[in-house]
Structures are given as structure tokens and as C-alpha cells.
Design a protein around this ligand. Structure first.
Ligand SMILES: Cc1cc2nc3c(=O)[nH]c(=O)nc-3n(C[C@H](O)[C@H](O)[C@H](O)COP(=O)(O)OP(=O)(O)OC[C@H]3O[C@@H](n4cnc5c(N)ncnc54)[C@H](O)[C@@H]3O)c2cc1C
Ligand code: HEM
Length: 403
């Protein structure tokens, strides 16, 4: 709880902090990286360049202050869970919080100038540390469950046992622990962080990839889309590296599985809706259900540009054999050559129409794909009466869907 005096000060200064949120977090990152260049290796340079991380951090701090001062009814737990899982997958430690706190509060002072009285600075310091303590506690629990020692490294070496070219732009990697130990299981929907050393002096970069194979199997699978630069933007650093530089027999550093979003829900009819590379959690869910709940009614809705761009679709007929109540609805922007021998699917041309998504009574939905796609499908499902708490989703980047 925020002290009463600080709550009043925070509420009064919130509009100014909110208005300058991204300027503050932008300045924060500059200051912090100048003082701690080693942290550049754990932050995502793509998100820094596009401003996405700046926006996510500012939004989180402001939303938390609103929550503490009673100005927001948005449930806060899911936001904290998302951040804590992401942090844990990156190996963030409690000892790093004072560094972030110091530079964040100094950035508030720099951007807002004389408006920041000692009283205001102290009140925001309190907000930061309340938030930090909640995250540190959640992250400590996640590390314990994952078997990571306190402040110990999250990284473990995995050997690439197989590399499969799925489509022109998508490859899958089968991974086994390099130490010969067992591969831990995971919940469909969970992801791992992958740390790669880039060529030359570019340092390390870390990205998350959803586990796309069957939980409990002796190998993990990740399925990676190569991000190509468009309109002058550079090619994606890590996806390009994985496509071009990592081969069978090579070693990758992976975190344990983290991620708070389950792709299978808690029983009953399941609706999996994906677009493009957002199919990875759905593929893990289908493999898991085929092994554990083969009678479960499942609808898979997938959108892609073409059938040729739809990665791992050749696995669907076999999954339908194992999941007799799996129905498949595909939308291809260009549906030429959409049919596949053995696949029982309705195939439509164009973009997904949320009104036409088959909806079983009481279904739980899991969405994964580009943010505008998920926002459109989620609104459609809400309009059609699916309660918000039955719609889970995974954003392949920082932040969450707007409410
Ligand atoms: C929970 C989670 C699960 C995920 N699961 C998967 C998965 O299963 N499969 C998968 O393929 N991906 C997945 N992702 C996405 C993945 O983590 C990476 O974001 C993706 O591979 C791109 O990383 P990159 O290093 O190749 O691109 P980055 O180098 O991070 O670039 C990202 C974008 O930023 C642009 N950019 C970079 N620098 C600049 C600049 N200076 N100016 C303008 N634009 C710039 C690039 O052009 C590109 O469009 C997941 C992400 C999350 C968060
Ligand atoms: C109270 C303090 C903090 C808050 C509110 C916070 C908030 C956030 C948020 C909102 C995200 C994006 C999560 C998502 O993917 O949706 C994030 C990611 C991240 N955080 Fe924190 N964070 C805090 C402390 C820290 C600390 C101490 C570190 C360690 C130096 C850190 C390092 C990172 C990194 C590396 C990412 C991923 C960045 C990326 O992928 O672009 N954070 N944090």
C-alpha cells in the first residue's frame, strides 16, 4: 500500500508523468546504458529502436500508479505476471532493481525539471519500490519452481538435434540438453528465451520463442520466422542469425520455459485462433491434447498469406487422425492451392471474419498473431458473447492488447 501522503502526491503528479511517460523512459534507457553498457546485452535492440519497450515500461509504471491511487479498475495481477515471466526468462535479478530505480527516478527529474519537488521524488520512489518488490517476489517464486538457484544463471546449453525448413521463411529447430539430461516439460503456450552471440562485436541478443512441440517429449521444438526488413528497416537480428548461422550440431543457450498464458485452458471446448507464425502455441496445444485429451472438442482457425506460407500445415491431417473432434478452418489471403490431401478443413479466401469463426457454447479461446489481428478477433468474440476471461492471448512482443 502506498502511504496516504504519497498517494495524494502521486495522484496530483500523475498527469504530468503520464504526459511525459515515453520521454522519461527514453531518457532512462540512455542514462542506464551509458552507466551500465553491459545491460545492452540483455535488452532487445529491435524494441529499443522501434520504441516498443519504452512504451511498455512507461505504460506499466503509470498503470501501477493509477492502480495504487485507486484511479483504475483494470486487474493488475495479469500485468505483473506477464512482466515477471518475461523477466524470469531473461534472468533478471533482484540486484538489478536498484540500478533501474536510480536511473528511472533520475530521468523523471531530468524530464520534468523543477516541477519535481523532493516530496514528489520521494512519492514516486515509493511507487517504484512497491512495484519492484511485487515483481521481485513473483520472479523469486518462478525461479524456485524452475529450479534456478538464487541469482543463478537461467541459461543452459542445448544442442540442435535437427533443423527443418518448413517454408521459405520459417525453420524449426529440435533441441536436446547438451549435458544429456532430460528436457523439462512445459505448458502449451509457454516460451523460452534464446540467447545468441551475434557475429563480430555486436554482442549478445535475447529473444523469446514459444515451444512448438509436444510437452513431455525428450526434445523441445521452436519454430522461427525470419523477419525481413521492410521500408528501410534492417532484417531481424536473431531470427536471421538462427536461419543463417545455426545448424544441426550447434549449441544454443536457452532459459527454462516461462509464460503465464496457457494455450489449452481448463477443459471444455477450445478455440485456437492464430495467424502467421502465431501458430506455434497452437501446435504445442494440439500435440499435447492429442496425447492427453484426444476427445476434447477443438476448433483450429488459422490465417496466412498462402498455403505455401502456412508452416507445419502438413502435420494437420495426422493431428486430425489423433483428435477426432478437431475441426479446422483456414483463411488464406490467396487461397489458390489451399487444399491438402487428407486434411478435412474449410478453406476461405481473404482475411479472417470474426463473425464466421465457429464458436461452441462455453468455448475458451487462445489467440496468437499480429496485434491488430488479435484485437479484431478478440473484439469479435466479445461482441458474440464470449466473456473476456475466456479469451487468452499471446503478444509476440512487449505489452498487451489495448482494452
Ligand atoms: C512470448 C513470445 C513468444 C514468441 N514466439 C515466437 C515464435 O514462436 N516464433 C517466432 O518466429 N517468433 C516468436 N516471437 C518473436 C521473437 O521473439 C522475435 O521478436 C522475432 O524473432 C524477431 O526478432 P529479431 O531479432 O529477428 O528481430 P529484431 O532485430 O528484434 O527486429 C524486430 C523488428 O524491429 C525492426 N527494427 C530493428 N531495428 C530497427 C531500426 N533501427 N529502425 C527501424 N526498425 C528497426 C526490424 O526491422 C524488425 O521488423 C515471440 C515473442 C514473444 C515475446
Ligand atoms: C519496477 C521495475 C520494472 C518494471 C515496471 C519493468 C517493466 C517491464 C515491462 C512492462 C516489460 C515488457 C514486458 C512484456 O514483454 O510485455 C519489461 C521487459 C524487460 N525488462 Fe523490465 N521492468 C522493471 C525492472 C527491470 C529490471 C530491474 C531489469 C534489469 C535490468 C529489467 C529488464 C527488462 C528486460 C531486459 C526486458 C525485455 C526487454 C525487451 O525484450 O525489449 N526490468 N519490463
Amino acid at each position: 500500500m502506498l502511504s496516504k501522503s504519497s498517494a495524494a502526491v502521486v495522484a496530483a503528479s500523475l498527469p504530468a508523468v503520464q504526459a511525459h511517460g515515453e520521454a522519461i523512459t527514453g531518457r532512462f534507457y540512455q542514462r542506464m546504458f551509458d552507466a551500465h553498457p553491459e545491460l545492452l546485452d540483455i535488452f532487445n535492440r529491435g524494441n529499443q529502436a522501434t520504441g516498443q519497450q519504452k512504451a511498455a515500461l512507461a505504460a506499466a509504471v503509470v498503470a501501477y500508479a493509477e492502480h495504487l491511487t485507486g484511479g483504475s479498475a483494470v486487474p493488475w495481477g495479469p500485468v505483473l505476471d506477464r512482466i515477471a515471466h518475461k523477466h524470469a526468462s531473461l534472468g533478471i535479478t533482484a540486484t538489478q532493481y536498484p540500478i533501474v530505480g536510480r536511473h528511472l527516478l533520475a530521468a523523471v527529474g531530468e524530464v520534468l525539471g523543477d516541477a519535481v519537488t523532493p516530496e514528489i521524488a520521494a512519492a514516486w520512489d515509493e511507487v517504484y519500490w512497491l512495484l519492484a518488490c511485487e515483481l521481485i517476489a513473483r520472479e523469486a517464486r518462478l525461479y524456485t519452481v524452475a529450479g534456478v538457484a538464487e541469482d543463478g544463471p537461467v541459461w543452459r546449453d542445448w544442442r540442435v538435434a535437427e533443423k527443418i525448413q518448413e517454408t521459405v521463411d520459417v525453420v524449426s529447430f529440435a533441441l536436446v540438453p547438451a549435458d544429456g539430461g532430460p528436457a523439462p516439460t512445459f505448458t502449451p503456450g509457454q516460451y523460452v528465451s534464446v540467447a545468441v552471440d551475434l557475429d563480430g562485436r555486436q554482442g549478445q541478443q535475447i529473444r523469446q520463442y514459444s515451444l512448438s512441440g509436444q510437452p513431455g517429449a525428450d526434445r523441445w521444438w521452436i519454430t522461427v520466422k525470419r523477419v525481413r526488413g521492410t521500408a528501410g528497416a534492417p532484417d531481424g537480428l536473431v531470427s536471421t542469425h538462427l536461419h543463417e548461422r545455426v545448424a544441426t550440431g550447434d549449441t544454443l543457450r536457452l532459459s527454462p520455459p516461462f509464460g503465464e498464458v496457457s494455450a489449452i485452458g481448463e477443459g471444455g471446448p477450445l478455440l485456437l485462433v492464430s495467424a502467421g507464425i502465431g501458430l506455434t502455441p497452437a501446435m504445442a496445444a494440439l500435440a499435447h491434447l492429442a496425447a492427453t485429451e484426444p476427445e476434447r472438442p477443438v476448433t483450429l482457425v488459422h490465417a496466412d498469406r498462402t498455403a505455401a506460407a502456412h508452416a507445419r500445415r502438413h502435420e494437420l491431417p495426422r493431428l486430425q487422425d489423433r483428435l477426432p473432434n478437431l475441426s479446422v478452418r483456414l483463411w488464406y489471403e490467396d487461397a489458390t492451392d489451399g487444399e491438402l490431401a487428407g486434411l478435412k478443413a474449410e478453406i476461405a479466401a481473404g482475411l479472417v471474419d470474426p463473425e464466421l469463426i465457429p464458436l461452441a457454447p462455453g468455448a475458451r479461446a487462445h489467440l496468437c498473431g499480429p496485434v491488430p489481428f488479435m484485437a479484431g478477433v478478440r473484439s469479435g468474440l466479445l461482441r458474440r458473447g464470449v466473456p473476456a476471461e475466456r479469451i487468452a492471448y499471446e503478444v509476440f512482443g512487449p505489452g498487451m492488447l489495448p482494452d
